[in-house]
Design a binder for this molecule. Structure first.
Ligand SMILES: [Zn+2]
Length: 129
């Protein structure tokens, strides 16, 4: 049913594209300029963003840490592919702006001595299964 989502709803590329609007944004979400990954002090949520689900496939016990890069891009690059089956996308939660449906991904990087919350806006043109 459209509009009904839970955080454990698994989204594949098709579902992700269907749920999201263009990457242009609106007044509500204009404060988020994160074409590439950006660190934030705490995870973002309502009322700024609405939860849609997860990219973590429940059928996979331990998602890969392999990264996928395109020619001329790197992990932090604004045009890096949104490679859904690769790290870190395979561990992300999915959010969207409740006004314009611009999509966002979030995950938490946990190192030995730090925790880093990261957010990236989704350009649907960059989504790769
Ligand atoms: Zn918006």
């Amino acid at each position: 049913m459209p509009g009904m989502h839970a955080m454990d709803d698994f989204l594949n590329a098709e579902g992700l594209r269907a749920a999201l609007g263009p990457a242009t944004g609106c007044d509500h979400c204009a404060g988020l300029q994160c074409a590439g990954w950006e660190s934030v002090t705490a995870p973002l949520g309502p009322p700024l963003l609405q939860p849609l689900g997860t990219l973590r496939d429940p059928a996979i016990d331990e998602p890969t840490y392999l990264e996928r890069h395109a020619e001329g891009t790197s992990f932090w690059h604004a045009r890096a592919p949104v490679a859904l089956t690769h790290f870190p996308y395979n561990r992300c939660t999915v959010w969207r702006c409740p006004q314009c449906r611009r999509g966002f991904l979030q995950y938490t990087e946990a190192g030995g001595y730090y925790v880093d919350h990261r957010v990236r806006a989704i350009d649907p043109a960059l989504i790769e299964a």
